[in-house]
Design a protein around this ligand. Sequence first.
Ligand code: M6R
Length: 613
Amino acid sequence: MCGIVGYIGHNRDIRIGLEALKRLEYRGYDSSGVAFYNKETKQIDSMRAVGKIVNLEEKMGGLDLKGSPVLFHSRWATHGNVTEENAHPHQDCKGNVFVVHNGIIENYQQLKDKLIKEGHTFTSQTDTEVIPHLIEKFFEGNLEEATRKALALVKGAYALGIIARDDPNKLVLAKYSAPLLIGIGENNEYLAASDPSAIITHTKNVVYLEDGELAILTSIPGGFSIEDYSRNPVKRAPRETEWNVEDAKKDGYAHFMLKEIMEQPKSIKDALRGRIVLEDGSVKLGGLEDIKEKLKEVERVQVLACGTASFMGKVGEYMFEEYAGLSSKGDIGSEFRYKKPVIDKKTLTVVISQSGETADTLAAVKEAKRKGSPTIGIINTMGSSIAREVEQGIYTHAGPEIAVASTKASTAQLAVLALLSLYLGRQRDLSLVMGQRMGKELLRLPELIKKVLERASDIEGIARKYENIKNLWVMGRKYNYPAALEGALKIKETAYIHAEGIAGGELKHGALALIDEDFPTIAIVPSDSVYEKMVSNIQEIKARKGPVIAIATEGNEDIKSTVDDVIYIPKTLEMLTPILSIIPLQLFAYYLGVLKGNDVDKPRNLAKSVTVE
Ligand code: M6R
């Protein structure tokens, strides 16, 4: 997804911003660019390149590139092909105003038609290009003033970085429905970024902009101010971001995805830390204190999320029904926002997102709020748009997740969903004994996960055996049906193999027709309440010569005679089995992707954070 980096301060090498931009590479992009004020020529210089950021770096190579202010951008195409002309920064007709933009300008076509009639010349197919031309139209020497007037005409989502040759000591930022923050550097240096990970090597002191705010950065002491579009000043103290540089490195692993899979004992521990009160068989969730009484009145749960997070939400549905006795239903954000959802103040909306920036999930939560539903976010990224939109939140504390394919953040979401079902359950009929049992079993998870990870090389061996498959079912029931959906998504994302998740009971309703000796199935078959049913499904597949890899509970020797390969997971409470069964699926997907020579950290066509619809 697009990335913004800005800098204003001393007249220093602009590569300071390039290094920050590279930290955003994990988000996915297809081209990049830079614009900076050259104090010698008193002009803004600009360069753009298609492909990797190193292509831009090569273009910048031999030049003496000192300047301030500076804007960098990495683009993930939405309007217009991947070309140099469509890459940001975009400029006005006079080479005065330069703009980088994340988001989508919804009324750009009307604005563009009007601007063309007024004599402006466009050079790209992007929605973004209307912004510099609109600013040009209103520019009378003061950049923020012109920006304010321009934005009054714009509809859509945007994080904007803007500089102007004829008002050169400013970097102007504006935000609406797309993340943007200011980094406070030393010696009157300021940075801007769409994601805190870009600037953590420079500063941990950040100020997040809110929707409808404009920031003016200048390189003088106290040199930033924030105001709303009506010029009312906004006072917001900087806060320290929780991200640190170590988190963003690979720690010797070949890929971030593997590092993040291996970090799960720690991420689960962090998600649970200080939250389980064993003596009361309950949990302490600080974020829910203010709505404790409201939550007692809730009669239903609506879960909202996209992709992997939606599958984790589906596991949550089973948990809320079984342990809190609450009717529960999940929707993907992109569908929910266009439905006529029947929810009210008695329906608790639980929103799940790693990035906290997924546009569809954000829109869905806004709709739920509009209907009067109390909202709780299960979010990984502090201060993100969804974290700020929900009424209350429970952070997952999984740490930054860099690989596009979600791993540690998703199991942390499951751990938090289990905590929430325990919390809601104890407000209702869940017994002290059961609450204590859940609490104890949750606390064992980090050790159990370590045992699963010790089997990584066995799983790699199994991946080698199935390296050339073209299709795959991942099959599960009850809590492990969503785990199957997640396993299949992981395999699609990293190995580019056609894989589908299926509920065991659905096999006979059509899917069985595909089974033959070349169509393997991964069956998630822990020793739980649906074990026998799953074994029957496995028999149906074996009777048609389909190869089966089982994910089974340690100690189950019987399964070996039925299936072709077995991956064992330790025994735990049925509701927690997905946390353990998903991990071998992550590893299987990872090794298949590596064997195929794929860029597993940045799968083709995908972005880490989907901030457009
Ligand atoms: O940041 P979010 O959790 O809101 O992201 C939701 C999905 O885009 C995300 O889970 C996606 O499906 C991942 N690529 C899965 O690995």
